[in-house]
Design a protein around this ligand. Structure first.
Ligand SMILES: [Zn+2]
Length: 299
């Protein structure tokens, strides 16, 4: 089980006050990319954001819907990933085709050049409650890992280190995308100065180990999850917990789309009608829905 892909592997370092998550996506990510016909540069960010979302959602003890949303005023102006409690993942993006093409040709992957000024938000909508929780910060840094570090620092969550890797284009030789995340757990209340210093040093050491991971290693299909973790953390007594599997699956349905259409005014609906029909394409999975004009009657 630990050597499957498309799952999250929770682990902790026995000799340090640190927990972590390893996520390595294969079919799940290829399937999401296949639903869309996005340029490579958009797929690159879509894959990193999806992998990051799987790593982060598994840290929350809640049953409901998790959403990562990145918005900006740049060429890539919206990126959304959502994951439900069954582990069904979907993702989509909105962008300016021409401007993305120019960045792609220039080999420019800088996050700020893609998104411009923007925001980075995680939302949790627990199934059993009306409340939703949202953490939102300004989009900072040159890549998604920087933005995530900034998010955790600003939202006073646990100290977090993360590396993200995504393959250039879809190839069979490598995994689609990977994330390795560690978090420092709160220190015990009564702790000696010596122990505190030791735990501080261990955190700095673990951060440098995570930072030493190369993209090649993270995406190497031949390097098992177990080998990857033990190679990195063998000195720290790494203990691996039960993995959780995720799959690519959209939640759209004819009744949900119909319900969504009902929220438009009669005038707006009239504008959507072509040849007595309203056609809607799901932004996440590309599925097409067709409704007769009289199926969406407004009274
Ligand atoms: Zn769909």
């Amino acid at each position: 089980m630990i050597d499957q892909f498309d799952c999250v592997i929770p682990f902790h370092l026995e000799k340090s006050n640190i927990r972590g998550r390893l996520v390595r996506l294969d079919e799940l990510m290829r399937d999401i990319i296949k639903h869309h016909n996005y340029p490579a540069l958009v797929n690159y960010y879509l894959a990193e954001a999806t992998t990051l979302s799987v790593a982060v959602v598994s840290c929350f003890k809640f049953e409901g819907l998790f959403t990562l949303q990145i918005t900006g005023n740049g060429p890539l102006n919206l990126l959304v990933v959502d994951i439900n409690k069954e582990g069904h993942v979907r993702a989509c993006a909105k962008f300016d085709q021409e401007k993305i093409k120019s960045l792609d040709e220039a080999g420019d992957k800088n996050m700020r050049h893609l998104f411009g000024e923007g925001h980075f938000a995680f939302t949790l909508e627990p199934e059993q409650e009306d409340t939703r929780y949202q953490g939102i910060v300004e989009l900072m840094g040159a890549n998604l890992a920087d933005a995530t570090h900034h998010f955790f620092r600003q939202s006073e969550q646990l100290e977090t280190g993360i590396v993200l890797a995504s393959s250039e284009g879809v190839t069979e030789a490598t995994l689609a995308s990977s994330a390795l995340m560690i978090q420092r757990l709160p220190l015990p209340t009564h702790i000696s100065i010596d122990l505190k210093e030791q735990l501080d040093d261990e955190w700095i050491h673990a951060m440098s180990l995570v930072g030493s991971m190369t993209k090649k290693e993270l995406l190497d299909r031949q390097l098992s999850n177990e080998d990857l973790l033990y190679r990195l953390f063998w000195e720290n007594g790494v203990r691996v917990h039960e993995p959780k599997t995720y799959i690519s699956q959209c939640r759209c349905s004819s009744s949900k789309i119909q319900h969504m259409l009902m929220s438009f005014s009669a005038l707006e609906l009239k504008d959507m009608v072509m040849d007595d029909k309203i056609n809607v394409t799901c932004e996440f999975c590309g599925r097409q829905y067709e409704f007769g004009e009289n199926e969406i009657v407004k009274s």
